[in-house]
Design a binder for this molecule. Sequence first.
Ligand SMILES: Cc1ncc(COP(=O)(O)O)c(C=O)c1O
Length: 407
Amino acid sequence: MNPGISRRSLGVPASPIRGLIPFAERALKAGKKVHFLNIGQPDVPTPEGYFEAVRSFREPVLAYGGSHGNPMLVQSLQRVYREELGVALAPENILVTAGGSEALWFTVMVLCDPGDELIVPEPFYANYAAICAGAGVRIVPVTTRTEDGYHLPVSDPARAVESKITPRTRGILLSHPGNPTGTVFTRQEVKLLGSIASRFGLFLVADEVYRDFTYDGRPFTSFASLEEAKEHVVVIDSVSKRYSACGARIGFIVSRSEAVMEQAMKFAQSRGCTPTLEQIGAAALYDTPSSFLEGVRREYQVRRDTLCHALETIPGVTLRKPEGAFYLSARIPVEDAHAFAVWMMEEFDLDGETVLFAPLEGFYATPGLGRNEIRLCYALEKAKLERAAQIIRAGLQEYGNRKGGLA
Ligand SMILES: Cc1ncc(COP(=O)(O)O)c(C=O)c1O
């Protein structure tokens, strides 16, 4: 008799971001060129300082580090929060994790018991669904709409959130700027959420891994700067997107709640530490001149404009120009974006090329929403984005012809 797998594990949804990879692999095997716009992997070179720091490592033993993280790296993050966000942090307010992903896992495990609830604006980063399912936590969505630029419902944002609070609510979880929407919460929205968290005794988990990418001069207000709610806020941070260093797997929990940090430390101890060399490299990343980030931000803005412009002219495609991050959510004229994505891999190519994107259904908790929406990542060269949009246009046209008209 085979041993059974846990119900918890069986209840974790597969990633809608990586789930289509096997189809893409088959398309590659069949000789197609696949443009991967499904995943947030920038093509910007990682700053050289990372590799230099790793190469200059001279210790004879690659030893364990402390569970809390490399002190140099922690100091670097303290400096960044002080200089860029005006937030004074003690070393105890920072925990180094294996990417923002581990920071999210630890945070959800620390804040919630099985059966507890987190309020999450949807569409949301799809891995929140996997982490919450793994932790037995129910996501209670606040639906945001393309028409509002995926901001909190404008008519009554406070009510939209407060009406979702139940005795099981532990907190509000959001990404800011948003993945998959690119939405950057306004200062008023940040303050409003801070005041809701304080008044109702909730945590506010702000995933700010895209903090450095806001466009058109749009200001960014970090939840970390909410002095009045400082005990309620947990910020998720990472080097992955900021420094185009996704493979370093270095992230952080940042919180001025002593209780949260104390409990998170137990999870950190249970996994030993994050990799020694990667922490040394990551500390060096924070010495990268600010011109790097300014250049990348300018470049991403051009890429965003390129992709938006190319997609807007496709009949039946609706989108709002994203305000930050490097994703774009769009409504497309099909009934089932997942089926269309599979068809793009299996049956379609434009002169031997096709495009992989992420269907948006898995980014919603409300059943049925997002079926005709997709997410595209635009952290790729302009020419590739233009070509990808051309392929999507041709794909939609042929799909419509085959299915007897688009939705
Ligand atoms: C919103 C958001 N949070 C967290 C992460 C995880 O980042 P990492 O684990 O690479 O730091 C990602 C990755 O795409 C993301 O989009």
